[in-house]
Design a binder for this molecule. Structure first.
Ligand SMILES: [Zn+2]
Length: 494
């Protein structure tokens, strides 16, 4: 019994058959017949009998050969009646939608008052979770200056709304959510850290720069043209001597500046190769900067032995976007992910899947899975949709999103190879702050293969050979990226 179930589950995954629409008129978007929209237009996504004559508010609408239709409907202020009339033979199938166009929501939350602490008065606090963002403004959507490991010690010198103001230098403040730190006592001067020594060690995959430090001070890592620069704040003294430093295959140079009058210590890390991922954390009284080494590859089989994390977007009760005939993005994503797994494995890669069935793992846990398995790449697979006000016939194609500068070239390579192979429109490479794109380790990108709500692209997404080609193209792009950046990037092999 168990065995039969298992076989069924496996065959269900590998031979995903998307159900055909029934002949009757079905609207999958807007989601309900009475709905509110704050944009000057919405669109109707649905399906009917492929030979039906379809009109929306008396305008002829193209029905594609799988019965799909997508139509942009302009909206006037107030109530809009939209009549969808599908005529097959003598039969009319009619639906009426009432869409209320409302003014765009403007949040009028009164601005909180800034509570300024007395000069030299600080609350001493520590971050509760790893990956805690410090922001430029006391706002949930403000620019992220840096992410901190848990138990990083912060000096708080003010409060506004839900945020604490964090003193980095006398001139530079940042903001942290009050509920993401635990506060200790109020003190009358900053607690400053001492640094005794810096050492370097390595293992198979990473190089580690370890700084022995008396307090887990806040830090900021910046990607530079040649590597990384790291600012450590609230430092009294840095006694580290880099005379010991000897260049190796990864590190070209390491310079540690003297402590500036604003109690900041800056490390300049120059690499012999491009960035392949990095992160920082506190461990055993040390600030650890971990740098991924360039993979050593076999040019004939560039992905051999490399670990790739494949993330099928959405899942479980999160369907993602829904196509005109009702197929869910989560199922398309998982099918392409399974194909990508097979093609990568055939190319010699080790593949880690963030989900293998119809479940919805929490977003951060997907990234955690990739990191815990030392993946070199994290590839999140999606199929796109749009918000009200956009035109699905204008905006479509393949898009790739990144967040960190180290992944721009990877995103472009995937976009180039996928659009060339699939002949999809180039919908661009964009910087987008997402859980799936923000990690600095592994190299993380999100691929929107094509649009669920563009009738022709949707038809392609339903086609098994297209999904296979998409998976093959992403594999090819990773091969190209690895080959280009490992073999001829001017690496100075010492
Ligand atoms: Zn998605």
């Amino acid at each position: 019994m168990n065995k039969i179930k298992k076989v069924f589950a496996i065959s269900a995954i590998f031979s995903l058959v998307f159900t055909l629409p029934s002949a009757a008129l079905q609207i999958v978007y807007p989601k309900t017949p009475n709905t509110e929209v704050s944009a000057p237009s919405t669109f109707f996504v649905g399906n009917t009998s492929p030979d039906a004559a379809l009109k929306i508010n008396d305008k002829d609408v193209k029905v594609f050969d799988n019965g799909s239709f997508v139509e942009v409907v302009p909206l006037k202020e107030g109530f809009n009646r939209v009549i969808i009339d599908s005529k097959a033979g003598p039969e009319h199938d009619i639906m009426t939608y009432i869409i209320k166009r409302i003014p765009p929501k403007t949040l009028t939350i009164p601005e909180a008052e800034l509570i300024e602490f007395a000069q030299n008065e600080f609350i001493y606090a520590a971050t509760v979770k790893s990956n805690t963002p410090l922001r430029a403004q006391p706002d949930e959507y403000a620019h992220r200056i840096t992410h901190l490991d848990r138990n990083t010690v912060l000096m708080i010198n003010g409060k506004k709304g839900d945020f604490f103001r964090v003193s980095l230098t006398p001139e530079k403040n940042a903001w942290v959510r009050a509920d993401s730190v635990v506060t200790y006592s109020t003190i009358n001067s900053k607690m400053l850290a001492n640094i005794d020594e810096v050492s370097i060690c390595e293992d198979k995959l990473y190089e580690y720069i370890k700084t022995k430090i008396s307090i887990a001070a806040p830090y900021k890592i910046t990607e530079t043209d040649t590597g990384l620069s790291v600012d450590l704040y609230n430092i009294k003294e840095n006694k580290a001597d880099t005379a010991f430093f000897k260049p190796d295959r990864t590190l070209k140079s390491l310079a540690i500046n003297q402590i500036s009058p604003d109690n900041k210590s800056t490390y300049f890390v120059e690499l012999n190769h491009r960035l392949w991922g990095y992160d920082a954390y506190y461990e055993d009284g040390c600030f650890v900067l971990r740098i991924r080494k360039a993979p050593q590859i076999d040019a004939k089989q560039p992905l051999k032995g490399l670990t790739v994390a494949v993330d099928a977007g959405h899942g479980g009760d999160d369907a993602g976007a829904i196509g005109p005939t009702g197929v869910k993005e989560k199922d398309i994503n998982l099918d392409i992910a399974n194909r990508l797994k097979t093609t990568l494995e055939n190319a010699g890669a080790v593949v880690v899947m963030t989900r293998t069935d119809d479940t919805n793992p929490e977003l951060y846990s997907r990234v955690k899975t990739a990191k815990a398995n030392d993946a070199l790449f994290f590839i999140s697979l999606h199929a796109n949709a749009l918000k009200d006000g956009a035109d699905p016939y204008q905006k479509h194609g393949t898009a790739v999103f990144y967040y960190n500068a180290e992944t721009v070239e990877l995103a472009k390579t995937i976009r180039d190879v996928v659009t060339a192979k699939l002949q999809t429109k180039d919908d661009g490479v964009g910087m987008y702050s997402l859980v799936a794109t923000r990690p600095t380790l592994p190299l993380s990108v999100l691929v929107e293969v094509a649009y669920m709500i563009h009738p022709e692209e949707y038809k392609l997404l339903l086609d098994e050979s297209f999904r296979q080609k998409a998976a093959d193209a992403i594999k090819d792009a990773l091969e190209t990226y690895v080959k280009t950046n490992c073999c001829d990037s001017g690496i100075n092999h010492q």
